[in-house]
Design a binder for this molecule. Structure first.
Ligand code: 13P
Ligand code: SF4
Length: 349
């Protein structure tokens, strides 16, 4: 096996050789060994915007997860190739909504509510779900524009179906002043509502999906910190459960979290509720502040972590050889409909 130094040298060599023909994108949750080679890093929104703007690169290597690479492929030109260094880098949340389940749910919603429902989907969803949403007049959202997009959605229709993250949906809707009593949950496994009350009062239907990383930040973690470290500021990602977000001091996307800590005074104390690689990077970059993970057992995203230095090198070698083994290619009909949903967001983001 190759040493880290040799692999790093080879990555730099191929990057130098391909120049502007190659563009490496890295999501904030990626490992340091990968992120150090990224030409641009960002949250989901920024990476989507960059994919839509970059017209120079022939190959875009997406260090992130499958749905992000799909989005990059949809937003890039036809002759640009998007590669995912490890095809197994999926997202358990995106996998919680498939087309079959979504169509069954949609049929019920049409029966119950008639033509009063607009679908919105978190970008953490498959291209097929984005296409379904686009065909039905809806849009994608990211964690940094969910509030703005939900506000827009309510100018279009009376009710919203929010896929696939119930937590982001609930946290955002509550932020907009919608009471919990007007939120129903749709259970796609048992194909039924989880709701008590008059269904006609419902304003938002939350798909019963979640992020397995962010569900690990609990009110118990917060209670413990408030008791032991009362001066800690608690900042979490809105994929965390409602109770956690309510009990914390700040909530926002990965970019928001980074920005907030960057602008905090030296000596301030922070507990962060998000993925481990990002938390550790922030701790390392801000040694003048006292920063910990909100959950003392660091929470990794297993699929983000599949992208490592060997996989990055392997994908660059593929490009060098002119092979497209790890290419992500969304079928044209799906891409066209998904573009409608993505553009409705990008126009407003
Ligand atoms: P953001 O980059 O929008 O904060 O999303 C976090 C996430 O879970 C990506 O999978
Ligand atoms: Fe999916 Fe959660 Fe991992 Fe993001 S952190 S890729 S939402 S499992």
């Amino acid at each position: 096996t190759m040493s880290i130094e040799v692999m790093e040298e080879k990555v730099l060599e191929i990057k130098a050789k391909l120049g502007k023909k190659l563009f490496i994108l890295g999501h904030h949750y990626q490992k340091d060994e990968v992120i150090k080679f990224a030409d641009a890093t960002g949250d989901s929104l920024k990476l989507a915007q960059i994919s839509a703007q970059n017209k120079d690169a022939e190959s875009i290597v997406f260090c992130g997860v499958h749905f992000m690479a799909e989005t990059a492929d949809i937003l890039s030109n036809d002759d640009q190739v998007v590669l995912l260094p490890d095809m197994r880098a999926g997202c358990s949340m995106a996998d919680m909504a498939d087309m079959n389940q979504t169509e069954r749910c949609w049929n019920v919603l049409q029966e119950v509510f008639g033509d009063t429902v607009l679908p919105l989907t978190y970008v953490n969803s498959t291209a097929a779900i984005k296409a379904f949403v686009g065909r039905n007049g809806g849009a994608t959202v990211t964690s940094s524009n969910a509030k703005k997009m939900l506000e827009w959605a309510f100018t279009q229709k009376e009710r919203i179906l929010f896929l696939p993250d119930q937590h982001l949906g609930r946290n955002t809707a509550f932020d907009l002043g919608i009471p919990l009593e007007q939120m129903a949950v749709w259970d796609p496994i048992n194909h039924c509502f989880e709701f008590e009350g008059d269904i006609r009062e419902v304003k938002i239907i939350l798909w019963k999906g979640h992020c397995s990383v962010h569900e690990n930040f609990t009110v118990e973690n917060i209670r413990h910190l408030r008791e032991t470290k009362p001066d800690m500021n608690i900042i979490v990602h809105p994929e965390c459960p409602f109770e956690t977000v309510e009990a914390s001091d700040f909530a926002g996307s990965t970019s928001y979290i980074i920005h907030k800590i960057e602008h905090a005074p030296a000596g301030s104390q922070w507990a962060i509720g998000t993925e481990m690689n990002l938390v550790q990077r922030i701790i390392h970059q801000h040694q003048d502040k006292e920063i910990v993970s909100l959950n003392p057992h660091l929470c990794p995203c297993m699929t983000m972590n599949r992208i490592d230095l060997p996989h990055l090198l392997w994908s660059l070698e593929m490009i060098e050889k002119g092979e497209t083994a790890q290419q992500i290619k969304v079928p044209t009909d799906i891409a066209n409909d998904a573009t409608l949903a993505l553009n409705r967001m990008l126009e407003r983001a």
